[in-house]
Design a protein. Sequence first.
Length: 173
Amino acid sequence: MRAAVAVHPNTTPYILGTLAADFPAEVLRNPALPLLRLANPRFMTGWPQAGLIALVRHPDAPAWLRALALTHPRTEYQVAVASHPALTAAERAQLAAHPAWLVRARIAARPDTPPDLLDAFAHDPDYGVRLAAASRPDLPERSVAALLSDPSRLVQQVMRQTLGAPSASRRPG
C-alpha cells in the first residue's frame, strides 16, 4: 500500500519525502516528480536525510539529483553519490578530489576507476584511501610497489593479501 502511495502522482512532496527511504524506486518513478521539481527546484530540501540518500544511491537516480547531492554541504551526500553505479567521468573526477577521505576511498574502491586515478589514490595522504586502493587486484605496477612500502603496516598487509588472492595475476617486478 505504501509503495503505491510513493508512485501515485497526487502524493504530496512531504509524504514522498517520508516514503523515499523505504521506496526509493517508487518515488523516482513518480510521474509528478519532474513537475514538482519544475515548480520548486528546492522542494526536496526538507526531506529526511535517509530518504534523500536512498534516492541518490538508487541506480535510477537522475543526473539532477546526483548534482544536488554533489553540492550539498553534508559529506554523507557525496559518499552516497560515490556509491552510485553510473557515475559520469566528471562526477568521478569531482569526488576524487573531495576533501573527505571516505568519499575518495569510495571512488578508489569502484571497479570503473581508471588506472591513473588508482595510482593517485595509492599515494593519497590518508591511509584509508590507500587502504581502499590496496584492496584492488587491478592496480598499476607502480601503485603496487608504493603500497607494499606504505608507511601504514595495515596498508602493506592488505596489499600483500590482495597480491596473494586468486584473482591477482601479478607480483611487482
